[in-house]
Design a protein around this ligand. Sequence first.
Ligand SMILES: [Zn+2]
Length: 118
Amino acid sequence: MIVFEDLKVRNLSKSAKGTADNHGKNVKAKSGLNKSILDQGWGMFRQMLEYKQRWSGGDVLAINPRNTSRICLSFSHVSKDNRTTQAKFECVSCRYSANADYVGACNILSVGHTQLAC
Ligand SMILES: [Zn+2]
């Protein structure tokens, strides 16, 4: 079983330019990130991954990315404040702490198991 967040590449790579009245923030940095995202060919990668996995009889689930980086692995406390930095997760309720990507991956897998069981 492969589970991933159903992130829209189009949204991830949206321009940060803003409008004439409302100028965007970090436009240059976002522009570089957008180029990196598009260079990786995520859409194509996802298609090939799904094809290969289904061809070999496996499951591929695309789950809603909502709160996957905010749910505590210990007691499921959800808060945006649990994600103190891009890299660090620390639960404001029970103080559980871990790498934020690890926590996100565990939550994505957990949602996948729940969906598959239903
Ligand atoms: Zn907690």
